[in-house]
Write a protein that binds this ligand. Structure first.
Ligand SMILES: [Zn+2]
Length: 673
């Protein structure tokens, strides 16, 4: 698993010709490079409906309907996006991933079971919470939390509770609520005695930290003993793996942290529940923790959806150091094998650069937990996080601390370990920086190191030339057309139904970029007006996936729910597209002020309208030339049509004048009245 989400929407568009798709419903006549026919969206006698293979879109000069193949199928057949996607995928020979929607009885049964487990977890949560708040026996737990400085508000927002000391308090309570023992066992709430001697509560005499999924649903518990507990009792106890809970893909606190992670474009990973809670309590709400395990590949996949800037804030003790080093390895693996799902190749390259720069390590002062630092005040914590070292620097300091750089052996050990790390740095200037740094530290000649580095690079290049596994048949390979090396890989791609003309640079890149920008700054930018006085509207976008995402965004802006809520319920391919755009926009540094946000959007929107109008103008003039050639045979209809085109073209050209040339910031513009 490497985090790459195949773009099925793109692949379907790549394989199908819009002329074929539309041609099945509308009788199209070739007219130059384009095709034309009677509009299926309004009643007409002359053909004002044009299909443009170059931009894979259609446009009607009569009723202004426009769109791509998905839009066409949705509109003409009254289908939802998901249905149109399935239909066209079938036609293109693209196999979509299995859906739960086509639920077979086996799947339905499993879903009902997990729902039942979820209900049991919810009932247990409420039970533990009531005990913490009301029971006399929970007084030591309340004292403990007070002593640790946990506020009442944190107890509420993290949903803390307390498990009593007996063996079957929860068991009896949940039995009385109608839950069966096998259900409670499956939920990990109870354990079974050996030799079939009955069941017992898993959590006893512990403060309970509900572990929730991204949406805030309780899926497990973590229990911490109180201060005076016997030494042989483990300090922390988590739920076992259950159908609801897999610790390798759960981050504690993510439900409360996700908005802040997006907003600050940074996540801080700490080690324990209490660390997370205290950081949040002191206003640092982009903090999460892995649960009694090193940060793994699945955690990274989850984090990557929210931000690329990760700070690991870990304890200074040896265990903490070990965890940190392990963390680095995982992070490097996670990112190295990653093909970042962004809309353009340029974005991808930029992204990879950023990934290299954005994993940092913050070391806590010896003997201190994150919550100690958080308690000391907001600036202390922020300084610690801001001072976090990039992975390479951190690796440098941990390697050089562990060897004696004055001995010959120590020097060669340091060089041996650090050269591969320097090799990871893609940026040449940064690479040179680290090379110099190593030369200085080990007191070795930089020229010698450079030749070492070159040798290592060659060895790596050799490795890279080894055969790769064939690419996924449904994965678009935008670079494949441009390089000769990949000719073989191309042959391995399952042939589409018919030869597809090579489509060069994506003409609609602009609309993706605009939408990505809006996804980040919508509340400030949605109402910004372009040069013609109109804010962004649906038909600024030609791609149906963008139109649908824009629709969602408008609902979010109207307060109908959060982006995450909507994303959960979207068709998975559409959700993947939304995710790609969000990831894309998060890669940019944050724009700090409202005016710049609005100016940036205005600039992008003007540019998009200009490009769209220009295309329309060109297509229109082209169509006009062709209709004039064709008109003698077509008689009246052809002439009426060319009148139509004339009107359209002059309107477009008037509109275009509003956008081009772009207005100056300094000189007054004669177009302003
Ligand atoms: Zn029409």
């Amino acid at each position: 698993m490497n985090g790459y989400v195949p773009n099925y929407i793109e692949e379907i568009k790549r394989r199908l010709s819009i002329v074929d798709v539309v041609g099945q419903k509308v009788s199209l006549k070739k007219s130059g490079r384009n095709f034309r026919g009677l509009c299926p969206f309004h009643a007409e006698k002359s053909g004002s409906f044009y299909v443009w293979p170059d931009s894979e879109s259609y446009f009607c000069f009569g009723c202004k309907e426009s769109g791509d193949i998905f839009n066409f199928i949705m509109k003409t057949e009254g289908l939802a996006f998901g249905e149109a996607l399935e239909q066209l995928a079938g036609r293109a020979g693209v196999q979509l991933p299995e859906r739960q929607a086509t639920e077979d009885p086996e799947v339905a049964k499993r879903r009902q079971q997990t729902e039942r487990l979820s209900e049991a977890m919810q009932a247990a949560t409420t039970y533990y919470q009531n005990i913490l708040h009301k029971s006399n026996e929970a007084a030591p737990a309340r004292d403990y939390l007070k002593e640790r400085g946990v506020s009442e508000a944190s107890v509420e927002s993290f949903g803390l509770g307390y498990a009593l000391g007996g063996w079957d308090n929860l068991l009896k309570y949940l039995n009385s609520r109608g839950f069966k023992n096998d259900e409670l066992l499956a939920a990990g709430l109870i354990g079974e005695r050996e030799n079939g001697g009955g069941f017992y509560d898993r959590f006893r005499e512990r403060v309970i930290f509900p572990i929730r999924d991204r949406q805030g649903k309780v899926i497990a518990f973590g229990g911490r003993v109180l201060s005076g507990a016997p030494k042989d009792v483990p300090k922390y106890l988590n739920s076992p793996q259950t159908p609801l809970f897999d610790k390798s893909n759960t981050l504690y606190g993510l439900d409360l942290a996700k908005e802040s992670i997006r907003r600050t474009d940074r996540v801080v990973v700490v080690e324990g529940y209490l660390d997370v809670l205290m950081c949040h309590q002191y206003g640092h709400s982009n903090v999460v923790a892995a649960l009694g395990t090193a940060l793994g590949e699945k955690h990274i996949a989850i984090i990557k959806k929210l931000t690329k800037r990760i700070v690991l804030a870990l304890d200074a003790d040896t265990a903490g150091q070990m965890a940190t080093l392990k963390g680095i390895e995982v992070l490097k693996q996670g990112f190295d094998t990653l093909t970042v799902p962004v809309p353009t190749a340029r974005g991808l390259i930029r992204f990879e650069q950023q990934l290299d720069a954005d994993v940092r390590i913050a070391t806590l002062p010896a003997g201190k937990d994150p919550d100690d630092v958080a308690k000391e005040g907001g600036s202390k914590w922020r300084e610690l996080i801001d001072r976090a070292l990039p992975v390479v620097d951190y690796y440098f300091s941990s390697v050089t601390a562990s060897v004696d750089l004055n001995s010959a052996r120590g020097k060669s050990e340091a060089v041996e370990k650090l050269i591969p790390a320097i090799l990871e740095v893609h940026d040449r200037i940064q690479r040179e920086h680290y090379l110099q740094k190593l030369a200085r530290l080990a007191k070795v000649d930089a020229g010698l190191l450079r030749s070492e580095l070159n040798r290592a690079m060659k060895a790596e290049a050799q490795n890279r030339l080894r055969p790769h596994p064939a690419p996924l048949p449904t994965t678009p390979e935008p670079e494949a057309v441009e390089t000769f090396e990949s000719a073989d890989a191309d042959a391995a791609v399952q042939p589409a139904q018919k030869p597809v003309p090579v489509k060069t640079a994506q003409p609609l890149e602009l609309e993706d970029m605009l939408l990505a920008f809006l996804l980040r700054y919508y509340s400030d930018a949605l109402s910004v007006e372009a040069a013609d006085g109109e804010p962004v509207r649906e038909d600024d976008f030609i791609r149906s996936e963008n139109r649908l995402v824009f629709e969602v965004l408008q609902k979010v802006n109207a307060g109908e729910g959060s982006l995450d809520d909507f994303e959960e319920n979207l068709n998975p391919e559409l959700a993947a597209h939304l995710e790609r755009l969000r990831t894309f926009s998060q890669a940019e540094p944050e724009i700090p002020d409202l005016v710049t946000v609005q100016e940036t959007l205005r600039f992008q929107l003007n540019r998009l309208r200009e490009v769209n109008l220009r295309r329309l103008y060109e297509q229109g003039t082209q169509a006009l030339e062709e209709s004039e050639v064709a008109s003698p045979e077509e008689g009246e209809a052809g002439l009426a049509d060319s009148d139509h085109l004339w009107v359209m073209i002059s309107t477009v050209s008037d509109q275009l004048k509003q956008y081009y040339p772009p207005k100056s910031m300094v000189f007054r513009d004669s177009r302003d009245r």
